[in-house]
Design a protein around this ligand. Structure first.
Ligand code: KIV
Ligand code: ZN
Length: 517
């Protein structure tokens, strides 16, 4: 009999803890609504003590989303727990998630406390959290590199104080499936009280084993898995939600668990997240990558046409990945546009629809058929971005056999309009140099890729960018039928995020944790 496993989604907390993934409270709200539709059981909405923005983000999620449990993270510090409780005041179903490291390495080198102090902090923190919420999760950070006897002692104390979920994270992605399963069995053997609580797995992907380790933990007794959409998260990321869910559904004979996630919402959730943070999964990413259901070799194509099962273990429609449908064209009106956005799960107000309609008609003049991906790109490029400080108001580029030259004009709220001209060894290099000159910030391009948003010669081009701006790594994306303009817009997007991140960091109580444990 398959057991039920709780899906604890930490896209909005651990997922956000990676360079370039910072989310505004509004973005968190949109994602939380979609995670609700996806059917996750718990949404970890943030770490309220980290910043005012995080506290507000968690509050907004609790006001808008009622079905799933909303969790907020806190260190074993009174102040953190009080902030988490404050952020969760209006939650219909709330969980306070307290954590402290239990490995000697972290205790000695990071926290500079001994084991006895750690135990006392766990006791006090779980007690305090229970004063605010009946549902309390305790995480033993770096559990997989902790001394087993000590880990079991801490787990016992947390349960005795009233923790209802015990999480054993593989914080640095160090363990292997057999070893992680053995850890869960050992804790269950040595701490019989663990049968009264839910044991949870939380895996990072530093060795590419996060999903395999999570599945092994389920087999060894974990009743909850912590994961993120697209596997985003600290360093190499967290276990990917879509991979865990689809592994269970595709191989029920060998992985006997069930969960409440609706797989048909997977692709929509993945796309929404990508557009919100401007980071898209690599093309060969399982389940949600662009090539996950593409068949290139002739022999494969022939097989799939005869019978999908030959080379597809999952039908694309199962995860909501049917081919893009042509939805609108040049003659479509505002109502059709609004209806399609609503069908895609958005609720733009009249003002937004008007602006979207202008952008839509401009695009329809350049491109015959407008697909869902185009509409999402217009929406996210136009509205759902970091608060705008800089705005690209003009771009002129000359290029050819000689050195390329670009002239840009940047304006925006709180920024006096400035123009700059620069040259480079190509049109994009010249445009970037001119933007850097105009805003007066040091920009280093780490990675740049160009994708076509939709098929066809008249496709929108999307530029995805990883840059370092004044020492901070950020991503940006921009779209246009002209890829030089798309590149310049991507850079301006990253600059706006840099400005936003500066603000968040200034307000952070614990920026060292926030930007990396
Ligand atoms: O990876 C980790 O240990 C964490 C904890 C805070 C749960 O994210
Ligand atoms: Zn983590």
């Amino acid at each position: 009999m398959a057991k039920d496993v709780i899906i604890f989604d930490t896209t909005l907390r651990d997922g956000e803890q990676a360079p370039g993934n910072a989310m505004s409270p509004e973005a968190k709200l949109r994602l939380a609504r979609q995670l609700d539709t996806l059917g996750v059981d718990v949404i970890e909405a943030g770490f309220p003590a980290a910043s005012q923005g995080d506290l507000r983000g968690v509050q907004q999620v609790t006001e808008a989303v009622q079905r799933p449990i909303i969790a907020a993270l806190a260190r074993c510090h009174d102040g953190d727990i009080d902030r988490a409780a404050e952020a969760l005041t209006r939650a219909a179903r709330k969980r306070i998630h307290v954590f402290i490291a239990t490995s000697d390495l972290h205790l000695e080198q990071k926290l500079r406390i001994d084991r006895a102090t750690c135990v006392e902090r766990v006791r006090a923190a779980v007690q305090r959290a229970r004063g605010y919420a009946a549902d309390v999760e305790f995480s033993a950070e770096d559990a997989t590199r902790s001394d087993l006897d000590f880990l079991c002692r801490v787990v016992l104390v947390a349960i005795a104080e009233g923790a209802t979920t015990i999480n054993l994270p593989d914080t640095v992605g160090y363990t292997t499936p057999a070893e992680y399963a053995a850890l869960f069995r050992a804790v269950r053997d040595r701490v019989p009280e663990a049968e009264k609580v839910v044991l949870s797995a939380h895996c990072h992907d530093d060795l590419g084993l996060a999903v395999a380790n999570s599945l092994a933990a389920i087999e060894a007794g974990a009743g909850q898995v912590e994961c993120t959409v697209n596997g985003i998260g600290e360093r190499a990321g967290n276990a990917a939600l879509e991979e865990i869910v689809m592994a269970g559904r595709t191989r029920p004979q060998v992985l006997s668990f069930r969960c409440r996630v609706n797989p048909r919402e997977i692709m929509r959730t993945s796309r929404l997240l990508s557009h919100e943070i401007g980071v898209f999964p690599q093309p060969n990413k399982a389940i949600v990558g662009r090539n996950a259901f593409a068949h290139e070799a002739g022999i494969h194509q022939h097989g799939v046409l005869q019978n999908g099962l030959t080379y597809e273990i999952i039908a694309p429609e199962t995860v909501g990945a049917g081919g893009s449908s042509i939805v609108l064209g040049k003659h479509s009106g505002r109502h059709a546009l609004e209806r399609r956005y609503r069908e895609l799960g958005y609720e733009p107000d009249a003002n937004a629809i008007e602006q979207l309609y202008q952008a839509f008609t401009a695009l329809a003049d350049k491109k015959r058929q407008i697909l869902d991906e185009d509409l999402l790109t217009l929406l996210h490029d136009g509205f759902h971005r970091a608060p705008e400080v800089y705005n690209l108001t003009q771009l002129r580029v000359t290029c050819g056999t000689e050195t390329a030259t670009a002239e840009v004009r940047i304006a925006g709220p709180g920024f006096n309009e400035r123009s700059a001209t620069a040259s480079g060894n190509g049109p994009i290099a010249a445009a970037f140099a001119a933007v850097g000159e105009a805003v007066g910030r040091t920009i280093e391009v780490l990675d740049l890729s160009v994708q076509s948003v939709t098929p066809g010669r008249d496709s929108l081009g999307r530029v995805l960018l990883q840059v370092r701006i004044d020492g901070k790594s950020l991503s940006g994306h921009g779209a246009s039928t002209d890829i030089v303009e798309a590149g310049a817009r991507a850079l301006v997007h990253a600059l706006n995020k840099a400005d936003h991140a500066d603000g968040l960091e200034t307000a952070a109580l614990s920026s060292s944790y926030y930007w990396g444990v």
